[in-house]
Design a protein around this ligand. Structure first.
Ligand SMILES: NC(=O)c1ccc[n+]([C@@H]2O[C@H](COP(=O)([O-])OP(=O)(O)OC[C@H]3O[C@@H](n4cnc5c(N)ncnc54)[C@H](O)[C@@H]3O)[C@@H](O)[C@H]2O)c1
Ligand SMILES: O=P(O)(O)OC[C@@H](O)[C@@H](O)[C@H](O)[C@H](O)CO
Length: 544
């Protein structure tokens, strides 16, 4: 058996026996150089980071294109740092699951340091501050989920914690307050340049990060906590940039099945952690083969040759087009539809869902039928080929243990981007009418039905974690599922008129009425969700 803490340079033949590729560098030496010359900090050391960013860094370290490792800062889940990073000397096994049933396995050692970064944790706080004061630092990446950037609640009001952070700088409580604190340390140390790269799944992610940081910084200037010069530093792209990005690699939570196969292959560290804060993470990460990372090439302090590890560096417009193509049209809206219907129809695997002709027809009609006509071609990736590849190779890959329940997490945060952008195109473009949309309202109706927490067999299930779950469920507590429910409009109105979830006025577009009708059909008793889907497909669906 081999394990992560084995000396991979001395025991390389044992790793080879288990078909595990090992780093071509000495992790200890890289770590020393990271202490002196940090280059790359990553916030949010979850599964995507481990299977994507860390693999890019490893590739560059192997090629000699990078000499220092990634510093991971976790603002949210301290258990992950202690039990998953420190316990394994920041190493992990990346497992790429190919459609022919085989795995590619690589021991990743590109993370040099990891910290719980919170103003109450003095060690991590002091260390990250020092890192940000170092002129060598070139960029930071983020994968902290959509909600990690938020300063506002569901009513678009600044949260009490955000308001508190805007009043004082010494102990920020929000992620954005803490990041602004670090940028202030960098500013004071010498106004050194840096790129702040969000790689979370939402449109204009760089802009959202920038706006959140500027909200805090502006309040600090107004409250005379910091000098105006700091704000000017943040808005000068030659000093601080917020590149936009598109990231794509389906990375499910670590699976027990993969753990079992790794054990059978002679790898020892397979225990999955389900943390108290609901992070599912393990000493290994499982991901797919296909991947795209497109980043706006705006790095004022320079950058490693990321392109040598497959990253596409381009201008903002192209990034935005690629991102809109993926996140708002060709992948994520389809994923969320499978997540919602899958939870209602009691599926626990994505590949099984796409083997169901009704669900496959639903996502084809959403993708090819409703989203593709209004999406701009990003040129670097062909949108039709992208959906074709998704539907024929990626989603049906039985080797990828992805679940509707993972994807359903935080749906309230995703709906504005995954469906709202397409709705916006239909409203804005005179060649289209928003009234043509059938499958987007159908999915939104199914999401409202999903929030009730009772599936299509009328058995209860636990909806995936979502910051608005409790509030949204409070509107639906009395819904009867036996066909006797009246006043659907009164029940759904508070949800459908929430502009944080639906940026467009759903009642003016006529979409809300359609959603209400679909919702009503879905609460007519056992099997009503599937029946509604089948009727909608029969009436409005095309064969793609
Ligand atoms: N997994 C994928 O397939 C995939 C692919 C492309 C993009 N993404 C993006 O990456 C993000 C993370 O995905 P993942 O697979 O790593 O998820 P994960 O559950 O494995 O990890 C989530 C990470 O975000 C942190 N986090 C959660 N809530 C937070 C909060 N409120 N504040 C700060 N940090 C918080 C967690 O501590 C953890 O480090 C997604 O939300 C998405 O935007 C994921
Ligand atoms: O990561 P989330 O939670 O924003 O969304 C869930 C999935 O749709 C997402 O992770 C996809 O797997 C990913 O976007 C593929 O690149």
């Amino acid at each position: 058996m081999v394990k992560l803490l084995d000396n991979y340079l001395e025991k390389s033949e044992r790793f080879a026996e288990s078909k595990i590729n090992i780093p071509k560098f000495d992790q200890g030496k890289v770590a020393e150089s990271t202490t002196d010359n940090p280059v790359w900090v990553h916030f949010g050391g979850g599964n995507l980071f481990r299977c994507f960013h860390a693999v890019v860094a490893q590739d560059l370290l192997n090629q000699g294109e990078l000499n220092s490792g990634i510093i991971v800062a976790e603002t949210y889940d301290d258990e992950v740092i202690e039990k998953i990073y420190h316990a394994y000397d920041n190493r992990f096994l990346s497992v790429t699951m190919k459609s022919d049933g085989t795995f590619d396995k690589e021991l990743i050692a590109s993370v040099s340091e990891s910290f719980y970064f919170n103003s109450e944790n003095t060690e991590g706080w002091a260390h990250l501050t020092k890192v940000f004061e170092n002129p060598s630092l070139q960029f930071t990446t983020f994968s902290i989920t959509e909600k990690g950037y938020s300063l506002r609640d569901s009513k678009d009001q600044l949260t009490p914690l955000a308001l508190e952070d805007m009043q004082g700088r010494s102990k920020p409580k929000t992620n954005m307050g803490a990041i602004t604190y670090l940028l202030y340390a960098r500013f004071k140390a010498g106004k050194f340049p840096i790129a702040m790269v969000s790689t979370d799944n939402f449109s204009e992610n760089g802009l959202k990060l920038q706006e959140a940081i500027l909200t805090i910084a502006k309040a600090w200037v107004e409250n005379e906590i910091v000098e105006q010069d700091f704000y000017d530093y943040l808005i000068n792209p030659k000093r601080v940039s917020f590149p936009w990005s598109m990231i794509d690699r389906i990375t499910p939570n670590p699976s027990e099945k993969v753990a079992g196969l790794l054990t059978a292959d002679g790898f020892e560290d397979t225990e999955i952690l389900h943390s108290q804060k609901h992070t599912n993470i393990a000493p290994f990460g499982n991901t797919e083969e296909v991947h795209y990372l497109v980043i706006e090439d705006a790095f004022p302090n320079g950058r490693p040759a990321l392109e040598k590890a497959g990253v596409i560096l381009t201008d903002r417009e192209t990034v935005n087009d690629a991102d809109q193509m993926k996140v708002t049209a060709c992948l994520n809206p389809l994923h969320t539809a499978l997540a919602i219907f899958g939870s209602l129809l009691d599926y626990h695997s994505i590949w099984e869902e796409v083997a169901n002709p009704d669900l496959l027809a639903l996502i084809k009609n959403l993708g090819y039928g409703e989203a593709l006509p209004v999406v701009k071609n990003p040129k670097i990736i062909n949108p039709t080929e992208f959906i074709d590849q998704l539907l024929t190779k990626r989603l049906p890959n039985k080797n990828i243990p992805d679940t509707p329940q993972r994807i359903a997490a935080d749906s309230s945060q995703k709906i504005p981007v995954r469906y709202g952008v397409t709705i916006g195109h239909y409203i804005a473009n005179p060649r289209f009418s928003v009234k043509e949309l059938e499958f987007i309202p159908l999915v939104i109706a199914a999401w409202c039905r999903y929030l009730i927490g009772i599936n299509d067999e009328l058995e209860s299930f636990s909806p995936s974690p979502d910051p608005l779950l409790e509030e949204l469920q409070s509107y639906l507590t009395k819904v009867k599922l036996d066909g006797s429910q009246k006043e659907i409009h009164e029940i759904l109105k508070p949800i459908l008129s929430n502009h944080q979830i639906f940026p467009h006025e759903m009642y003016q577009t006529g979409l809300a009425e359609k959603i209400e009708t679909y919702f009503e059909e879905m609460i007519q008793g056992k099997g009503a969700v599937l029946a509604t889907l089948q009727i909608a497909l029969k009436k409005h669906g095309k064969n793609y």
